[in-house]
Design a protein around this ligand. Structure first.
Ligand code: FMN
Length: 325
């Protein structure tokens, strides 16, 4: 398990990177995938929903399970439990989540305000683990009051195998742009692999991040929405190969497959609730997409949803035929 040499990694995204989407990204070239964040407290109390978040298939390996929390003992016990019973390839500590529900309990990016707690947590987790422990941080709590290099050093000293940097502050949420120069600073500070993250939406963004920051690998989050092909495209770009565009038909075929696999995994009601946004992402930019988007969000059954995808697919093949004639 290494994080060097331009690996292309799927970011952990709560509510998005469940098993089906991760498997699609893996198939489309993601070198490494990571679970949605999992609460150490939830694990501690044996919550079923928390256990379900950690299900993965062997096909997805190498896979990391990401834990969040703020109690060193609970996080260490959670890490030991996950290592033994879930058997991922590595465990990642979330030190970047900005959402109030998490930071109110001192987890996620709130750890960036407490270096000694961060250190205690890492030491406690590391002691329990024989698989690698990695860490994902934001660059600080307040914009321009960066603590990333300090926290990177602590992570390295505590034995972290790699560090992901999303160079925004907690207060920025997802607004503005990420400060890639912070990734460069972190890379200069530590010798463990540094994974750059934030606002990579195209293969050229990935090339640019590697060039500007010297980071060892890249992590893609929102850029994979409706676009799992971004992983193989970035891999091609790294190898200097040309990048083949993805046709509307391929996108719609994938949308349909994603819908069916999701429904098989989680049931029809869950698929109806969760898959609408994925379908909207797949069709983004296609002719008539905004009109279909409204229909899709109003759809009351999976059959209706898949019919809309089929209609769009027919439209796409008709316009392709017209272009070819
Ligand atoms: C919907 C959503 C959920 C996220 N959930 C997590 C999470 O569970 N753990 C985590 O470390 N980061 C989480 N993130 C942050 C992403 O992993 C990533 O750091 C961020 O989106 C920036 O990368 P991007 O510009 O490629 O999207 C989430 C982001 C989004 C948009």
């Amino acid at each position: 398990m290494d994080f060097l040499n331009n690996k292309v990694i799927l970011a952990p995204m709560a509510g998005i990177t469940e098993k089906v989407f991760r498997s699609i990204c893996k198939e489309q070239g993601a070198d490494v995938v990571i679970s949605e964040m999992v609460s150490a407290e939830g694990l501690f109390y044996g919550a079923k929903a928390t256990m379900d978040l950690m299900k993965f298939s062997e096909y997805e390996r190498p896979i990391g399970i990401q834990l969040f929390g703020s109690d060193p003992d609970h996080l260490a016990r959670a890490a030991a439990f996950v290592q033994k019973h879930v058997r991922p390839d590595f465990i990642d500590l979330n030190s970047g989540c900005p959402v109030p529900k998490v930071v109110k309990k001192n987890g996620g990016s709130a750890l960036l305000q407490n270096a000694s707690l961060f250190q205690k947590i890492l030491k406690a987790m590391k002691k329990e683990l024989s698989i690698p422990l990695t860490v994902k941080i934001r660059s600080g709590w307040h914009k321009h009051e960066w603590v990333d290099t300090e926290f990177a050093r602590i992570a390295q000293d505590c034995g972290a195998a790699a560090l992901t940097v999303h160079p925004r502050s907690q207060t920025m949420g997802f607004s503005g742009h990420s400060f890639w120069e912070r990734i460069a600073e972190v890379k200069k500070t530590v010798s463990i692999p540094v994974i750059g993250n934030g606002d990579i939406n195209t293969p050229s963004d990935a090339l640019k991040m590697i060039e500007e920051t010297g980071c060892d690998s890249v992590m893609i989050g929102r850029g994979a929405y409706g676009n799992p092909w971004i992983f193989s495209q970035i891999r091609s770009a790294f190898l200097g190969k040309s990048i083949s565009p993805v046709s509307a038909q391929e996108k719609l075929d994938m949308a349909l497959r994603h819908l069916l696999e999701f429904s098989r995994e989680y049931g029809e009601q869950c698929a109806l609730k969760e898959m609408k946004r994925h379908i909207a992402w797949y069709i983004k930019g296609m002719p008539g997409a905004s009109q279909y988007r409204d229909h899709i969000f109003r759809a009351q059954s999976l059959e209706i949803l898949s019919n809309y995808i089929s209609i769009l697919r027919e439209d796409a093949s008709d316009s392709r035929r017209l272009l070819e004639d």
